[in-house]
Structure formats: C-alpha cells, structure tokens
Design a protein around this ligand. Structure first.
Ligand SMILES: [Zn+2]
Length: 70
C-alpha cells in the first residue's frame, strides 16, 4: 500500500487567527447592513437620496425579502 501514501499527501488545515479575521468580519457586516438598508428602508421619509432610483433599482429584492413596499 505504498501507492496510497503517495497519492494522498498530508493536507493540514490552515488556521486563521480571529485577530486577523475580525476586521474583515466587521467590514463585511457593515456592507451587509448597508445593503439591507438600501433594500429595506430606503423609501419615503427614511430616504437618503431624494429620487426613486435606489428604490426602483432594488425593488424586486425588496419584494423578495418581504419588506413592506406598496
Ligand atoms: Zn413594491
């Protein structure tokens, strides 16, 4: 069974320290929150932009995720 040892070399998982992962997790969370804001809340009195372009651009996602719309 010498061949099986050469076909499957030892693969060890690489550990990623939480200290290196945390800034990326925070960054991803902020992007996610921003996306949820624009899909779910960017409408009417809560709108950041005065036009309906953002609302119309994410309109299908808004209905898909079940946010109240019209
Ligand atoms: Zn709608």
């Amino acid at each position: 069974m010498q061949a099986s040892a050469t076909l499957s070399p030892a693969i060890e998982p690489v550990s990623i320290p939480v200290r290196e992962l945390l800034p990326w997790a925070v960054f991803g969370s902020m992007l996610l929150l921003l996306a949820i804001y624009f899909v779910g809340v960017e409408e009417g009195a809560m709108a950041v932009f005065n036009t309906m372009y953002v609302h119309e651009f994410v309109h299908d996602g808004r209905h898909l995720l079940g946010f109240p719309c019209h």
